[in-house]
Design a protein around this ligand. Structure first.
Ligand SMILES: Nc1nc2c(c(=O)[nH]1)N[C@H]1C(S)=C(S)[C@@H](COP(=O)(O)O)O[C@H]1N2
Ligand SMILES: [Mo]
Length: 316
């Protein structure tokens, strides 16, 4: 049975739905086309830029960020997804034919009853929500992205963890035949990231199945990826095949590879530099000026109580 990842139903797009700023988008597209003439590599990005900008319907969180939305071509053309290559343009090119049907997700570890479900059955009880979130990569660039998906808390409850579970981890597909980056030891595959359970239950934590009102493209983590907007991008897991509950802090990919650079928490903190660069500012993709990075990526008021009493310099 073909998997259905429901895009935003048109009935959910309200009459007052706004279009993304067309002038900003057209200016960007013109730039991309000019660059593409010089670099064949950017031709794919330019082709994407020529497509009409998808619309974004009513959102439940982040409506104030709508004027800052990063163009669709950048959201889907400038990615980190090492399973599909390490250059920013690689994932869009190499995940073009990534097939996500059928897709099943295993739920294991400290749960009442481990199970394995087709993604559409796992998502069946939920109604998709639309949210606009800031995205801050540890490499000091940022975007503003409109996602579709479900609150992570709903997924966690659906998994039915035991009271002893204090952490949750998400594991990416391991299939070198479909993910060419996995044929090289770029990272210890598969990619795993995790959260404390109270972080995962926070109302801002999200699991996305779509972006800009369309099903997630491969490069953004089809068919299912996490979004934790107050943390650096590396804490998100793309193309999830497994959700595991733990009593102790799980091993996570970047912390495992280089703990001095990537803490387990990964909370956006302009005061704690990466050992090789400052985290005080960021470049919003599509802009030249640099913006000040905000504590917890601008979500401090909502999330800082999760870290009360913790030293955020050592728990980076
Ligand atoms: N499986 C997997 N998930 C991943 C990554 C990756 O390389 N592999 N990169 C992470 C990093 S560093 C970032 S910034 C975000 C990028 O998500 P985006 O391309 O949708 O913006 O994905 C995160 N999740
Ligand atoms: Mo990142």
């Amino acid at each position: 049975m073909p998997m259905r990842i429901p895009p935003l139903p048109s009935s959910d797009i309200t009459p007052e739905a706004l279009y993304v700023d067309r002038r900003a988008f057209l200016g960007h597209a013109a730039g991309a086309l000019a660059l593409a003439a010089a670099t064949p590599r950017l031709a794919a990005a330019a082709a994407a830029a020529r497509q009409p900008q998808p619309t974004v319907g009513r959102v439940t969180t982040g409506e104030d960020l709508r004027p800052e939305l990063t163009p669709y071509a950048d959201v889907t053309g400038y990615n980190n997804f090492y399973e599909f290559g390490t250059d920013k343009e690689d994932p869009a090119a190499n995940a073009k034919d990534f097939r996500v049907a059928p897709w099943s997700v295993k739920v294991d570890g400290l749960v009442k009853k481990p199970f394995d479900l087709q993604l559409e059955d796992l998502l069946k009880p939920f109604k998709l929500e639309d949210r606009i979130y800031r995205h801050r990569c540890v490499e000091a660039w940022s975007m503003v992205i409109p996602w579709q998906g479900i609150p992570m808390a709903d997924l966690v409850r659906r998994c039915d963890p035991l009271p002893s579970a204090k952490f949750v981890s998400f594991t990416t597909l391991y299939d070198p035949s479909r993910m060419p980056g996995q044929r090289r030891p770029i990272l210890p595959w598969p990619y795993v990231e995790g959260l404390r359970l109270d972080e995962a239950m926070h109302p801002l934590a999200f699991v996305a199945t779509g972006v800009y009102g369309k099903a997630l493209p491969g490069q953004n983590g089809a068919p299912l990826r996490t979004v934790i907007p107050w943390k650096y991008g590396f804490k998100a897991t793309k193309s999830i095949v497994k959700v595991t509950f733990h009593e102790r802090m799980p091993k996570t990919t970047w912390n495992d590879v280089q703990p001095s650079e990537y803490g387990f928490y990964g909370n956006v903190n302009p005061e704690v530099d990466h050992p090789r660069w400052s985290q005080a500012k960021e470049r919003r993709i599509g802009e030249f000026r640099r913006r000040a990075t905000l504590p917890f990526n601008g979500y401090a008021a909502q999330v800082q109580s999760l870290y009360a009493g913790m030293d955020l310099r050592t728990n980076y």
